[in-house]
Design a protein around this ligand. Structure first.
Ligand code: KQY
Length: 368
């Protein structure tokens, strides 16, 4: 990868919104037995269903270890899905992949954020993340895209959402966590987001969803649906541990002005569940010191907000939950010009995230 020493903004690049046209979506094959139960077999089936759903709308590239190459190739034997061999630590390409940026002259580049497995040795989710920290650079090299490496700044793609018009939403719980960039102030962190994504306004929600093991990634809690309109995971039940989080986020969003001076329209998305892993599901995960504890008593951070926007469609998780139908109807109402497809998300949730977390869109080159 050609590593540039300037910044995307200085070079005329910005992060496009997810609804802008894509050239493809990236995924990584799950197999880590201390994160995915039964050696990753149920998760591989779930990821395959997601890859096929996306491939109905746009090309998919799936990165897979040498040991799983043949299996993945055979399970995803279709034209629109490219399989490339890659060594990784796990399968969360939203966080380990590059954040792509575009200019108006047909160029696509990537930001290669430093990655520390969601907190390093201070609450992170595994003890060795060297391979995952290399994923963004490998993807950019495959695509012959130049990159900007932020050696002194840790960020995961799931911790930000942008509207493509100068505004970014994130959470204090994650970006101000002492296990990410304790050497930087809030203003300095905003400075990195401004210079690398070309945003002007940062909206800080206090927290993400309860028990989100990423320290509250915004992509599991609140997302843009179009400029000036966001979708927030929501509960009206004061007994739900998410209640104070939703209330606090709503207060911030209602009082915010975006980079264009707009007041936001906030749509509500019900939270499924309560969802818990079964004892059998937990027993299927290898026990390794330093990785995330799995226990049926732990409430899972399931969310319908964790969906991916693709060319002409939405690929969203379902949970075999009574609220699935309402979630589908809300998404179809908010995206009338796209076809909303739901794919079972429980196996991905058991690993700690969902469809947005396991995908990374690559924007199409843009000419203005
Ligand atoms: O949700 C994500 N963006 C990543 C979750 C990592 C979970 C590892 N157990």
């Amino acid at each position: 990868m050609t590593t540039l020493t300037s910044t995307p903004r200085a070079d005329g690049f910005r992060m496009p919104a997810e609804w802008e046209p894509h050239s493809q979506t990236w995924m990584v094959w799950p197999e880590r037995p201390d994160n995915w139960r039964l050696g990753g077999k149920p998760a591989q089936a779930a990821f395959s269903a997601v890859a096929k759903a996306i491939a109905a709308f746009e090309p998919v590239t799936l990165c897979v270890s040498a040991g799983q190459y043949e299996n993945a190739r055979a399970r995803l034997a279709q034209d629109n899905i490219r399989i490339v061999e890659m060594t990784t630590d796990d399968a969360w390409v939203r966080d380990t992949g590059p954040t792509f940026v575009t200019d108006g002259n047909g160029q696509v580049r990537g930001v290669d954020w430093r990655f520390n497995a969601w907190g390093g040795l201070d609450g992170g989710l595994y003890a060795n993340w060297v391979r995952d920290d290399q994923v963004a650079g490998k993807i950019l090299e495959i695509e012959r895209c130049a990159g900007y490496r932020t050696e002194d700044f840790i960020l995961e793609g799931g911790s930000i959402h942008v509207d493509g018009e100068g505004t970014l939403i994130t959470t204090e719980e994650c970006l101000l966590n002492r296990n990410r960039n304790p050497h930087l102030s809030r203003e300095e962190i905003e400075g990195m987001l401004r210079s690398h994504l070309a945003v002007d306004t940062v909206i800080w929600l206090p927290d993400g969803l309860f028990n989100d093991e990423t320290d509250g990634h915004v992509d599991n809690f609140c997302c843009y649906v179009r400029p000036g309109e966001v979708l927030l995971a929501w509960t009206d039940d004061p007994q739900n541990p998410n209640y104070p989080r939703c209330q606090a986020a709503m207060r911030v969003l209602e009082n915010a002005r975006d980079a264009k001076g707009r007041q936001l329209i906030v749509h509500k998305m019900p939270i499924p569940g309560p969802l818990h892993a079964t004892a059998e599901e937990c027993a299927g995960v290898d026990l390794v010191a330093g990785t995330q504890e799995r226990d049926p008593s732990i409430r899972l951070a399931g969310s319908y907000v964790n969906f991916l926007i693709v060319n002409g469609g939405i690929v969203a998780p379902s949970f075999d939950d009574p609220k699935d139908a309402e979630a589908l109807a809300i998404l179809q109402r908010l995206f009338p010009e796209r076809r909303v497809v739901m794919v079972p998300g429980r196996e991905i949730l058991l690993g700690g995230g969902n469809i947005h977390c396991i995908t990374q869109q690559q924007p199409a080159p843009q000419r203005r």
